[in-house]
Write a protein that binds this ligand. Sequence first.
Ligand SMILES: NC(=O)c1ccc[n+]([C@@H]2O[C@H](COP(=O)([O-])OP(=O)(O)OC[C@H]3O[C@@H](n4cnc5c(N)ncnc54)[C@H](OP(=O)(O)O)[C@@H]3O)[C@@H](O)[C@H]2O)c1
Length: 505
Amino acid sequence: MNSSISIAQAQTPSQCTVVIFGASGDLARRKLIPALYNLRACGQDVAPPKFAVLGFARRPMAVEEFRATARTAAAKFSRLELEENCWQEFATGLDYLPGLDQPEGFRRLKARIEETEAAQGLPANRIYYLSVPPEAVPECVERLDSAGLIAKPGAANFTRVVVEKPIGTDLASARKVQAILQRYFDESQIFRIDHYLGKETVQDLMVLRFANTIFERMWGARNVDHVQITVAESEGVGSRAMYYDPAGALRDMVQNHMLQLLALIAMEAPVALDAAAIRESKLNVLRALRPIPPSQARNLAVRARYGAGTLDGEKLRGYLQEQSIPATSQTETFVALKTYIDNWRWSGVPFYLRTGKRMPARASIIYVQFKDVPKILFNREQSLPPNALTIRIQPDEGFSFEVLAKRPGLDIALRPVRMNLRYDSEFSGPSPDAYERLLLDVMSGDHTLFVSAQFVEKSWEFVESVLDQWRDNRAVPMHEYAAGTYGPAAAEQLIRADGRTWMNP
Ligand SMILES: NC(=O)c1ccc[n+]([C@@H]2O[C@H](COP(=O)([O-])OP(=O)(O)OC[C@H]3O[C@@H](n4cnc5c(N)ncnc54)[C@H](OP(=O)(O)O)[C@@H]3O)[C@@H](O)[C@H]2O)c1
């Protein structure tokens, strides 16, 4: 059967102007411009919304130069091949303005937006995408307000603001960012991005769990032995030392992407498919997440940084030898931890989380191992490999289910076999990029795939309890692992102490 069942979207995208604050930056070039081009490109399965794009940054740049840079970026990073007619149509709605660092620049921005709307026949619906360093966010928001660029919620036309991760660097600073945003915007106007939530496979987690009886009935302490989440990166710190060294793996990955995956894999069925219900279910997972107690920080959370090593035949230097990393750095590039979700469904089931840079591959997986069958029939004499569900978030998107089968023959011999779904062979065409999905949702006013203020706070609370220990308790060691491996021996020990092993992607 290859017919598909469409689920009606609650909202449709509105005509609007998207202002990219920080339009000369890396995120705008690699992700936002290509995603916006793809939304407008021909042949999409949803009607392309009508919108103008206005780039806003500090440096002076002619509109032609901005369009040329955007074209190069779209040609390189767009999911769909650049098609001349589509590009020309898109480019006519593409504009640029400097002055992001001056109050006067915001007054010019207001005038330019109004001109654009008049020229293109667009309503005064505005999306401000804050693709600027986190420290620039408060000033941007205050200047937007001073320039009269923020409409009240419920006004005839909407104003929406999109904020990127990281939201704060700890709980206190995250609260400050939230306070600034909430002073000028209503919660309904704020969209906090975690681009993992826009990934096709991450969206599929809910379908897998709640559109199939087979998994949901087995989901919980009665049947699940343990869950692992691995987010592996093969890259090192590269040129991002300024951002990465003050952050580290726990802040960069666990606080956002990994806790989002954990929430989606562990949450209860929401009462409806709307943003409020889904966010509530996810938040309840974090409410039940057991904090790592100070006395256990050493046993339940492993930190490490990569040393020199080899990956794909290339010799790699260690983290401390990377450009612009201080010799005294205490930043972890790897973290592994074990935690529990203390609710009815998951009581007693360990969740192991692991992420690191300079691992052998770039891959994110969720591995759910089921409990052994009773030792009565086939496994009376010897233990059998467990059933397991592996969800591949990226790359090679899909999932596989490991079961035991009888090997054909006159004897009785069992062999693990894999039922495997691969998106690329089951469905045609590449999946939309996460930013396409998320930008379309902002245009539609749909918060389902965005992070709530409460989730940000709860996730910082969890992560901060570990960070405090690492800062205050020098007895918690900083391990080292060779670049090109899956982490230090201590991370193996963390899981092996429970008689389990990590599943490498
Ligand atoms: N790059 C990614 O893959 C990625 C992924 C996830 C989240 N993010 C987040 O997205 C945001 C943008 O990242 P990015 O990588 O694009 O940064 P970037 O390459 O450094 O670009 C920053 C942009 O903001 C402007 N800018 C820099 N400092 C500013 C300041 N003090 N005040 C006002 N504007 C300033 C720059 O303008 P001029 O160039 O004109 O000076 C530039 O357009 C950051 O919050 C980052 O954490 C990025």
